[in-house]
Design a binder for this molecule. Sequence first.
Ligand code: NAD
Length: 477
Amino acid sequence: MATMIIEGDRTKAASGKTYEVRNPATGEVVDEVPAGGPADVDKAAQAAAKAFTTWSKLPANQRREILHKASQHMLSKVEEIAPVLTKEQGKTLLESRLEARRFGENIGWFADLADKIHGQYVRLPDLTTYGLVVRRPIGVCGAIVPWNFPLTLAANKVAPAIAAGNTVVLKPASTTPLATLLCIEALIEGGLPEGVVNVVLGQATGEAIVAHPLIRKIALTGSTPTGKRVMAKASETLKKVTLELGGSDPCIVLDDADLEGAARAISVGRFFNCGQQCLSTKRLYVQEGVYDALMEKLIARASKLKPGNGLDKDTRMGPMHSETQRAEVEAQIKDAIDRGAKVLFGGGRPKGAEYEKGWFIEPTILGDVPDGARMWTEEVFGPALPVRKIKDLDEGIRLGNDTPFGLGSSIWTSNMAAAYRAVQELEAGYTWVNALVIAHDELPFGGTKQSGFGKEHGVEAFLQYTEEKSVVYGGVG
Ligand code: NAD
């Protein structure tokens, strides 16, 4: 049985309760884990507060060295961790390997910043004084993670937090705790001091983290409704919050686009991770002149995405993570078809005995999806893409922005003036121009509108795990 990790100890829930983690491809039990609650969060927060007193005072270059060593050790275990991620989440082994590597690399990337961020010296009008702006870690930070990218999204929070000298109480999604535990265990084995990162498990631990008085900042990745609840609750103790929430990223393809490149990016953007991605091509607007040609290329790509158990070598798309998620996407597809959309590819469940026990779904492309369909107005968190013809860029931008979300967006065109307009006018935290929808470590990533606020990745993420303090030194003149 897996356990929580609190102050380096492998612990059961205070209540003694447990629950099962199941494989979305087979329905089999992968492991039993503790169902933690407020008492466990309290223990973890106390442990993190204790560790903060030493971790935050270490010279930053020592933190850098410790984190590099720990991340290298974790990276040596990718082949052990990846199959566990596939079994609990459903994604293909290739996707799990990439994700496990991203975890270790992210810790290394932020480790390098640990001793590179400085404060300021400020001259004051009275020359017998001078000012400093010093940057300090915040304290204990809560990290709350969803199930779609359990490791990447944990690392996005843990890595900048600990590199800046904070300590963490980490809560994975209740259905995907196992690979996360292995990653944190590997960091501890590799030299991360006990108590710097504590892992609590179980549904009830999320709210307890947000409410806990010792926790000073919350970073949540999750749905927009969860973000609203977390923000309201965090206001009671005035915690800082970073919210990475839902998205419905538009992609505009103009007549002068590189269609091969666009088809590849759209296919990866919509179908990677079985479409369960926050940054993802979720609404496609194609200029009339290239609609048929682009659809042909996209359908050819979708037809190669063989669904199957993520552990099988020939699988190109795993199952959806849960029955509820699949039912939601199927209802959105049905709504579009009922309103008159044309099924260009997929639209149902793959057939065959191997698909009967898991939450499998076909990659799906729907054309002529009418206005008002749920696929345009809601987030589609699965491998189903609504497509619509547009007359010109104006229409593409207008429709692209017609959403409460503002996470990502992309445009494919060889006209740099059109690309520039899209970059200026699309309401989103990211715009890709003729490029794959991939978030880069170097660039700050986060949404606008109801996709949340605050940044992960980049120097900006590190800064958000620090507080500035102004200091005046007198009597020096
Ligand atoms: P979710 O909101 O249901 O859960 C996310 C996490 O929050 C889980 O660990 C959950 O247990 C916890 N949680 C739920 N209610 C809580 C509460 N009241 N207080 C504290 N914690 C609480 O999301 P999900 O279904 O796991 O993930 C899918 C959603 O995440 C999608 O909307 C997707 O777009 C979004 N997402 C966003 C990004 C991004 O970076 N913007 C990345 C990935 C996923």
